[in-house]
Design a protein around this ligand. Structure first.
Ligand code: NAP
Length: 390
């Protein structure tokens, strides 16, 4: 007798199954094997727990992970409100040089928190007042700063072709000790100019908000903001510059406040929800030639062709018209700047021209092999002869 039979006898000594071997076997199968079998009616009630519920040794429980996740979220929320409270206390004095379309667009958001002055060749006093900021004529900037004091940040938002001339013509005192930010749609050109022409004790931040008055009209949420911290003065440079003696503490403090000033300026875009992309000016220009310049180029070409809406416009054609409108709303100076001051744009133009020839060549080649087109042209020729004979 097997140990299982003996066990069964001990548990149920009077079972009738002992006298019938087949019944005994069935009983034993039901007792020992069936619970793990998926065919058994007992299987459904006595099956071992689901593998999902059996935690592997050393494995962190899901609930643990969730509670850790929640405490990190709470910590992040605490940090964010601490940061927002700190930002609310800090105000920058910002001057925007070039108070045209884009300069005014920036001023609307900057002036929510900071003290902003626009400076331009044209008279934009009324526009500035409507935004809630101050204005001075570009030629009066020296007397304005002597009267009102200097700026923490000078944002240069003039047309790309006018950038060098503008930097050269502005008084050096405007730049000294300040953070100079350019917002040009090309990046290597203003970087080179600023490194060459600005006083050594100014900080330089090269930026390109990849949006404008149209795309950022209602919100800056999720719009890309590209920037390069081109030159933020090092503590060691400042130490010797502060008093010539090397007062380390003074140098460290100024370094700290300069870094804070950059962070405070970048926070304007972060707080508006921009996608912050730190990248070199070189990489920016390589990407921009194949995205921004090509969109403007196509927009201008299609405008040249005189495209207009029709009653049967497809979605694709509506998008084409939209491209024409958005790119041609920007100034010609901007378009020219994208071409002239990005060294990659000329080859983009050549590649586009080559691509047009290639596609046209493919169409002609296919046409030459197309039997039906030759038949149809023969047929039309025959028709014409008959028509003339009639
Ligand atoms: P823009 O035609 O490129 O520039 C117009 C601005 O440049 C005006 O403020 C104008 O001042 C000034 N300006 C032109 N020639 C000048 C000169 N010789 N000396 C001094 N100032 C001169 O149009 P924008 O759209 O306003 O763009 C301004 C800058 O922002 C450009 O560098 C552009 O690349 C950049 N940006 C534009 C956009 C956008 O969506 N529009 C987006 C990102 C970056 P006055 O009106 O006083 O003459």
């Amino acid at each position: 007798k097997t140990p299982q039979v003996r066990l069964f006898r001990m548990v149920c000594p009077h079972s009738p199954s002992l006298r019938r071997p087949k019944l005994l076997l069935l009983t034993l199968w039901l007792m020992f094997m069936a619970p793990s079998s998926s065919f058994s009616p007992l299987g459904s009630v006595r099956r071992s727990p689901s593998p999902m519920l059996r935690a592997a040794p050393g494995e962190t429980e899901l609930s643990d992970l969730k509670s850790r996740e929640q405490s990190l979220r709470d910590e992040l929320r605490r940090l964010e409100s601490e940061k927002a409270a700190l930002l609310r206390q800090k105000k920058l004095r910002i001057c925007i040089i070039g108070f045209g379309n884009f300069g005014q667009f920036l001023a609307k958001t900057f002036s929510k928190q900071h003290e902003v002055t626009g400076a331009s060749r044209g008279d934009y006093r009324d526009h500035a007042a409507a935004i809630g900021c101050d204005f001075c004529h570009l030629s009066d900037i020296s007397s304005y700063t002597s009267k009102h004091g200097g700026f923490d940040v000078v944002v240069v938002a003039v047309a790309i072709p006018a950038f060098v001339k503008t930097i050269q013509s502005l008084p050096r005192s405007l730049f000294q000790g300040a953070l100079i930010v350019d917002v040009l749609s090309v990046k290597e050109h203003p970087k080179d100019v600023m490194l060459q022409l600005l006083p050594e004790d100014s900080d330089i931040l090269c930026t390109h908000p990849m949006f404008g008055p149209e795309s950022g009209r209602y919100s800056w949420e999720d719009l890309a903001f590209v920037y390069e911290r081109t030159r933020i003065l090092e503590a060691s440079t400042l130490v010797s510059r502060v008093n010539g003696q090397g007062d380390e503490e003074e140098g460290r403090q100024e370094k700290h406040s300069r870094v804070d000033r950059v962070e405070l300026f970048l926070s304007i875009f972060e707080q508006e929800g921009c996608r912050m992309l730190e990248m070199s000016c070189k990489d920016h220009d390589a990407y921009a030639a194949n995205s921004q310049f090509i969109s403007h180029l196509l927009g201008r070409m299609l405008r040249q062709q005189g495209l207009v809406a029709t009653p049967i416009d497809t979605k694709a054609f509506t998008n084409v018209l939209q491209l024409v409108e958005t790119t041609c709303n920007d100034s010609w100076d901007l378009f020219y700047g994208l071409y002239k001051y990005n060294q990659n744009s000329a080859s983009t133009l050549l590649l586009l021209r080559k691509a047009l020839v290639d596609v046209e060549w493919q169409l002609k080649e296919m046409e030459s092999k197309d039997y039906s087109s030759s038949v149809s042209s023969e047929w039309t020729a025959k028709e014409k002869v008959q028509e003339r004979a009639r």
